[in-house]
Design a protein around this ligand. Structure first.
Ligand code: ADP
Length: 485
């Protein structure tokens, strides 16, 4: 493996109670760009997960009792260390996940930005006083951390999906246990190492690595000591885990799959729309839950739009994330490539037209050519399933009402985008789209100041923004009586 400047950021054991814990067996972490084994990581068991929960439970009271300003300072220290080690952390992330190095470093900065944001928000957990019904009473509302938070995170953002949750949890005064995706545990473990160096107390941030997602998930969703469960991943697993949480009535946040429409009206600035689309479609090789899945283009501009889009796609460079100037890295694994291929070929069989790409670089290669297909319709699986790959699938519509109806014809409701220069239309469409996030003449909407999250079957709960702490706080009402005696 390419050497890190600080080799001690490469950790291979689970981390709880401020200590590293090996397991009886290990699993391999594979570089998707070349199939190399990067590291062998502890395959921890349910017993380990219980120990991590116990550590978080033990640390909770002390952490919650720390003044918010102290928690804030520790989070800032952690953030600074992430930025100081951005090159190493970015390299580690590219090696295990595949995305181009510039994007990986961008993810580290993005993750760190949530730590900074919530370090600031920690100091602003305000309560309320409410006029009481009777003169001898006073009503006061305070906010308190919910307790131990458990999280399960996906492989597409191995750093940021953890940072986004942990920063909010720790800022609120909660302690945290995370099971990262089996495919990308190294970024999570490097974060634990830096949490340790930052002086985050033992038991406050814990990481369990494992191939047995179900066994670990059972503990994290069913242990009574866990007060809140936060999940980012597929809709199917999210639904199952939410059910498991019902047994102990845990607070739950879910950030599940999307099926983002990207609508281009005839009155749009086409070049701006192409720029926004390229960012939203091809980032991370199309493997994000807010990636454009369906490109809806008004009939009268389909031809010029397709031409411009094909030109832009033609400029994308496919290659190893560690090579220079690469735009698109490998997909995460063989199943991901097979899924993309299947969706595309179903669409072609149903009459869609291929303009470029449409295959892997070589048999068994995980590098999939950026692809453009037109003549898609909402009945095709490519429009209904999350593609999670570099396939731009274009369909057409006649008028605004049809665009809105097509865009909303899905069970998902995470992100949507549209381009128009008409201010009235911008308001109408923004309000009509049944999505948690809408980019209006904008293809990248995610940042720590804004609430990230979905509606419908894309989940509930918000990450980032002034709303982001709410998921980690209980509202407590104090009624002070007998004041006239
Ligand atoms: P994806 O298809 O993107 O991998 P998943 O929902 O399968 O999405 O995975 C997201 C996270 O959920 C990963 O950390 C994975 O290990 C975990 N996971 C998968 N299946 C289960 C399960 N049955 N119980 C708990 N966690 C699971």
């Amino acid at each position: 493996m390419t050497k890190l400047t600080d080799q001690s950021l490469l950790k291979t054991a689970s981390y709880w109670q401020g200590e590293w814990h090996d397991a009886d067996s290990n699993f391999e972490v594979i570089n998707p760009a070349n199939g190399d084994v990067i590291a062998k990581v502890a395959d921890s068991t349910a017993t380990a997960a219980e120990k991590a929960v116990a550590a978080a439970d033990k640390a909770f009271a002390g952490w919650a009792a720390r003044p918010a300003s102290e928690r804030s300072e520790l989070l800032l220290r952690w953030q600074q260390l992430l930025l100081e080690h951005q090159d190493d952390l970015g390299l580690l992330l590219t090696l295990e996940q595949g995305k181009p190095l510039a994007e990986a470093k961008g993810e580290i900065a993005y993750g760190a930005s949530y730590m900074q944001w919530f370090a600031e928000e920690a100091k602003r957990v305000y309560g309320d006083t409410i006029p009481a019904k009777s003169g001898d009473q006073r009503i006061v509302v305070i906010k308190q951390p919910v307790g131990v938070v458990a999280a399960i995170t996906p492989w597409n953002f191995p750093n940021a999906m953890i940072a986004r949750k942990a920063a909010a949890a720790l800022a609120a005064g909660c302690t945290f246990v995370v099971k990262p995706a089996q495919l990308t545990p190294l970024s999570a473990l490097a974060m634990a190492e830096l949490a340790d160096r930052a002086g985050i107390p033992a038991g406050v941030f814990n990481v369990i690595t494992s191939t047995d997602a179900k066994a670990i998930g059972d503990v994290l969703t069913q242990d009574k000591r866990v007060a809140k469960f936060s999940f980012t991943g597929s809709t199917k697993i999210g639904k199952q885990l939410a059910k498991q949480c019902a047994g102990t009535v845990k607070r739950v946040s879910l950030e599940l799959g999307g099926n983002a429409p990207f609508i281009v009206f005839a009155d749009a600035d086409l070049d701006a729309a192409i720029d926004g689309l390229m960012a939203s479609k091809f980032r991370n090789a199309g493997q994000t839950c807010v990636c454009t899945n369906r490109i809806l283009v008004q009939q009268s501009i389909v031809e010029p739009f397709t031409e411009k889009l094909q030109q832009a796609i033609g400029k994308l460079k496919l290659g190893k994330g560690t090579d220079d100037n690469v735009d698109i890295g490998p997909l995460i694994n063989n199943d991901a490539c097979d899924k993309v291929d299947k969706l595309l070929h179903q669409a072609l069989a149903m009459g869609a037209k291929l303009h470029c790409g449409g295959k892997r670089q070589a048999t068994d290669s995980l590098f999939y050519f950026p692809t453009l297909v037109t003549g898609v319709n909402n009945d095709m699986a490519v429009a209904q399933d999350e593609i999670f790959g570099p396939v731009a699938a274009v369909q057409s519509f006649d008028d605004e009402a049809e665009a809105i109806a097509l865009a909303n014809a899905t069970d998902s409701g995470l992100a949507a985008y549209f381009y128009s220069r008409d201010i009235g239309r911008c308001w109408r469409v923004a309000e009509a789209l049944q999505y948690g996030m809408v980019g209006v003449n904008e293809g990248m909407v995610s940042n720590p100041t804004a609430p990230f999250g979905g509606v419908k079957q894309s989940g509930y709960g918000r990450e980032g923004s002034k709303y982001g702490l709410d998921d980690y706080l209980d509202v407590k009402y104090l009624c002070l009586g007998g004041l006239d005696k």
